[in-house]
Design a protein around this ligand. Structure first.
Ligand code: ATP
Ligand code: MG
Length: 281
């Protein structure tokens, strides 16, 4: 099998010092590998450790014990932090906190400028990055004139302009309306499929998980469950115990099954449901 791009080995992390008798680490013994070109979604109840996990990928946090590797770079190696942050871009929940310049193109140029890239190359990268998120027409606009979804796409372009191998998105759609969410999700999927960028997508929205290659469910700083979306959503009862929803169709499938209808566990989409209820013969 290919080498993982990101590898967590026995990673534990605690914020501040733990007093004797307390065991409140934010991450406990996480072992996780993410491969190049993978789209991995991370689910979990509030406080389960998703953001703490995400911040370990680009060395914003360093494990209290264990090791995080990005390609061949150990995140605890101070000298490699910039190299790691070039390879792993982070996008956060609030787009307003991520846009700093007065025009969209200046904003997207900010990262490559900090990397000391020559200006002709920067212009090329900015154009390509804005094209990739379908925002080139807005290059001279002020970020403040944009919708939430457009701002998030500009924030993503800012990452892409540094040519990362991976982007980690920590609830990038949480503050967006349905249209903004759709724009951002289709942008992330396109970057993953067409540009081969590895994606680690943290979300509370079950429908944003269905198209992922793999889903990881966090609970109290541990990985409680992982697998393909179908495998994960076959565990409806366990997910509910972990205070998580399941996609609407999966919920309906379970109710129908309980009433005796022969519907498979882990039914994810409307068309799968229709095929089972009305099989054409
Ligand atoms: N800066 C901090 N200092 C101390 N404890 C923290 C800090 N940030 C998070 N924690 C604690 O670490 C645990 C994991 O938090 P984390 O933010 O990673 O969870 P999360 O899954 O991202 O939650 P949410 O869904 O609310 O974003 C929680 O118990 C939280 O209270
Ligand atoms: Mg969080």
């Amino acid at each position: 099998m290919a080498k993982p791009l990101i590898r967590f080995t026995d990673v534990s992390f605690q914020y501040g010092r733990i007093h004797p008798g307390e065991t409140s680490a934010a991450l406990h013994n996480i072992n996780l590998e993410v491969y190049e070109h993978e789209f991995v979604a991370v689910l979990g109840h509030n406080g389960s450790g998703k953001s703490t996990l995400a911040k370990h990928v680009n060395a914003l946090l360093i494990p209290t014990s264990g090791q995080v590797m990005v390609s061949d770079l150990d995140t605890s190696d101070q000298d490699k932090v910039w190299e790691i942050r070039q390879q792993v871009g982070m996008v956060f929940q609030n787009p307003d906190n991520q846009l700093v310049a007065t025009t969209v193109e200046e904003d997207v140029a900010f990262g490559p400028e900090n990397l000391g890239i020559p200006s002709l190359e920067i212009q090329k990268r900015v154009t390509e990055a804005l094209q990739a998120v379908d925002m080139l027409d807005y290059r001279l606009h002020s970020p403040h004139q944009l919708s939430g979804g457009q701002k998030q796409r500009v924030a993503i372009a800012g990452m892409i302009s540094m040519r990362p191998k991976c982007i980690v998105l920590d609830e990038p759609t949480a503050m967006l309306d349905p249209e903004g969410r759709r724009e951002v999700m289709s942008t992330i999927h396109r970057l993953n499929k067409e540009e081969g960028i590895t994606v680690l997508h943290i979300t509370h929205h079950m429908d944003e998980v269905i198209a992922a290659d793999r889903v990881i469910v966090m609970d109290q700083g541990r990985i409680a469950l992982q697998g393909t979306p179908r495998e994960v959503f076959s565990n409806v009862d366990l997910l509910r115990e972990l205070h998580l929803d399941v996609p609407q169709v999966t919920d309906l499938a379970q109710r129908l099954r309980l009433k005796g209808y022969p519907i498979q566990e882990g039914t994810l989409t409307v068309s799968e449901m229709v095929m089972q209820l009305c099989p054409s013969d």
